[in-house]
Write a protein that binds this ligand. Structure first.
Ligand code: C2E
Ligand code: MG
Ligand code: MG
Length: 600
């Protein structure tokens, strides 16, 4: 049974998606009719032999057309038809009566009760298919008229309200977020007053086309789930348009839609040889946080739009002041990050990895640093998630790999044969082009593959673990080593841990912080080290700040440590100095000559 609410059939192209209900006390009749219709391409059926149940089923699932027998025990077709026509929700549903009776009295009575059409039993397949099609097409045409705005052809208030109701129902059921955007044209009254209503209508038509186009193009990477009718545009009245986004991952997805709408109006409209600049004010309300009911959301989205107008128009505003502030903060940061990436303003720092047994530097992790001229130092904890959410991590991450490889070649040329560790985030990994990117970074820099370690977080690896094994093997086949970062913060399955082709496991700093006093963490760390060694993995502890932590780790057989105790992440030239001092890589020059000031 089709249990999810469905879209109205207002297009002739989708008639075969109709939900066809068949009520007949003879199972064989139902089977035959259904088989004929299936042959014709119909796929959605709702059937019952019990006419007393039929009305409830209809009210719940709202079929597009009803095929019904007349003579049935329990409730006759006459009674059922009368009930259907009396119910405001079912009143206009097409009903085709199947009957063996051929007398004109019966026909007349059925027509009086409001049947749409007849079909004589035994049913002829081509006649059945034709009548169903006609009934549906006529209903679609009526609905098109009743549910669409004559001027723009967009869904009207009525259809919008229906959609809103079932979208919220679905969102509630599946625990999803939805967004409602109300769009008003800025100073539309002025346009009507100065150019006349006819021109005003033309403006509305052109604007509706622009908006529809922008929504169509606004890509799904913005966190909008890809599915039919995920984003729909309606015109409610005058210059008031509404966009319903059925499913969003976060508030940002809604503001991205709003921005694409504002953006699309930047080009002037051309009307009767004149160029006209129109701007929009957009209000945004989110389900469920801004209202559980459609009516609340409608009130709130209206207030949000008024707020956008008050803020000077040509902008958007969330209903919640807090969401609004956060959204604009984030937008500011996103714009700055985009610019910083374009201008190469981010820099790679290097944090040494130290062998617990010898105290020697045995490698370094490349960590991004962003020092913004006005905003100051922005932590990776802030800009990396932003880069991931906006897709900026892709160009950024690729450059990180390239530049880290180049840096490691410099160490090598100076006689320090040390691997560099590079963090890769989930979006980069999921794209599937990691092997290619790594290969080209190795080729471009001339770095030996063995001197590159790729760090992937535990949660990334465990999410869809089975599928990741293959990708990991492909990457490993290039000769690079793989490391599981932030171990302990996700939920690892030991069986996968064994199957992943890993070289190293990095214990997350949250477990190291209170060592050795915190007996719980001490026990965990001890066990993790033992397990990793049992699996033949190198173990590195992150965030080591005190000699006590160091001693504990050393005692328990941890191979390497990374942390402020030894050094923070430092600029490349400082790291070069450190290498020179600590392990005598003398040919590395200091203070940014060969070890370069170059970004990354
Ligand atoms: P991570 O990969 O787990 O990096 C280790 C983090 O611990 C670094 O934070 C480092 O500065 C910090 N750390 C190291 N030793 C200590 C210590 O003794 N005490 C304390 N309290 N912290 C220590 P950072 O640089 O802020 O980076 C945070 C996260 O941002 C990284 O965690 C990594 O997940 C991500 N990240 C940094 N650079 C990149 C990058 O180039 N690409 C990607 N995808 N992610 C990056
Ligand atoms: Mg890391
Ligand atoms: Mg880590």
């Amino acid at each position: 049974m089709a249990a999810e609410p469905r879209e109205r059939l207002t297009s002739l192209h989708s008639l075969k998606d109709a939900l066809v209900m068949i009520v007949d006390d003879e199972p064989i009749m139902i089977e035959v009719v259904q088989a004929f219709l299936e042959d014709a391409g119909y796929t959605n059926f709702l059937t019952t032999e019990d006419s007393t149940q039929a009305l409830d089923m209809m009210l719940k699932l709202r079929p597009d057309v009803l095929l019904m027998d007349l003579i049935m025990p329990g409730k006759s077709g006459f009674e059922l038809l009368a009930e259907v026509r009396n119910d405001p929700a079912l009143r206009y549903m097409p009903v085709i009566v199947l009957t063996a009776a051929n007398d004109s009295d019966t026909k007349l009575r059925v027509l009086e009760l409001g049947a749409t059409d007849f079909l004589a039993k035994p049913v002829d397949s081509s006649e059945l298919v034709l009548r169903i099609r006609n009934a549906l097409a006529f209903k679609a045409y009526q609905d098109q008229l009743a549910y669409h705005d004559a001027l723009t052809g967009l869904p009207n208030r009525q259809l919008f309200l229906e959609r809103l109701a079932w979208t919220l129902k679905l969102a509630h059921r599946h625990n999803k977020q939805s967004a409602l955007l109300q769009i008003g044209l800025d100073r539309f009254k002025q346009i009507n007053d100065t150019l006349g209503h006819e021109m005003g209508d033309e403006v509305l038509k052109l604007v509706s086309q622009r908006l529809a186009q922008a929504l169509h193009e606004s890509d799904t990477s913005n966190g909008i789930t890809e599915r039919d009718n995920a984003v729909s545009l309606s015109r409610l009245a005058g210059d008031e348009f509404m966009v319903l986004v059925a499913e969003i991952d976060h508030a940002e997805a809604a503001s991205a839609v709003a921005r694409s709408l504002l953006e699309t109006m930047k080009q002037p409209l051309v009307l009767g040889g004149h160029e006209l600049f129109i701007t929009l004010s957009v209000g945004i309300a989110l389900f469920p946080q801004d209202g559980q009911q459609g009516s609340d959301l409608l009130t709130h989205v209206d207030l949000a739009m008024a707020n956008a107008k008050q803020n000077g128009r040509n902008t958007y505003s969330f209903y919640s002041a807090e969401t609004n502030a956060r959204s604009f903060e984030r937008l500011k940061l996103e714009t700055a990050l985009r610019r910083a990436i374009n201008n190469d303003e981010l820099e790679l720092y290097y944090q040494p990895k130290v062998d617990t047994a010898t105290g020697q530097i045995v490698g370094a992790e490349a960590l991004l640093r962003w020092n913004h001229t006005e905003l100051g130092f922005i932590s990776p904890g802030e800009f990396i998630p932003l880069a991931e959410a906006t897709g900026l991590i892709l160009p950024l991450g690729e450059r990180v790999i390239h530049n880290a490889c180049k840096e490691a070649v410099k160490w090598q040329q100076a006689g320090c044969n040390l691997p560099v560790s590079v963090n890769v985030s989930s979006l980069q990994f999921r794209r599937g082009d990691m092997p290619f990117i790594i290969k080209s970074a190795l080729q471009a820099s001339g770095l030996n593959a063995n001197n590159l370690i790729i760090e992937l977080t535990e949660s990334l690896l465990m999410d869809n673990a089975q599928a990741n094994i293959e990708m990991l093997n492909t990457i490993k086949a290039l000769g690079v080593r793989l490391s599981m970062d932030d171990f302990g913060t996700g939920y690892s399955s030991l069986s996968y841990l064994k199957q992943f082709p890993l070289y190293e496991l990095k214990i997350d700093q949250t477990f190291i912080r209170d060592l050795p006093e915190d007996t719980g963490n001490a026990a965990i760390v001890g066990a993790v080290i033992a397990m990793a060694r049992g699996l033949g993995l190198k173990v590195t502890a992150e965030g080591v700040e005190t000699p006590e932590q160091m001693n504990f780790l050393k005692l328990h057989g941890c191979d390497q440590i990374q942390g402020f105790l030894f050094s923070r992440a430092v600029p490349s030239h400082e790291f070069a100095d450190m290498l020179k001092q600590k392990i005598g890589c003398t040919s590395l020059s200091s203070s940014g000559t060969t070890a370069s000031n170059e970004s990354y």
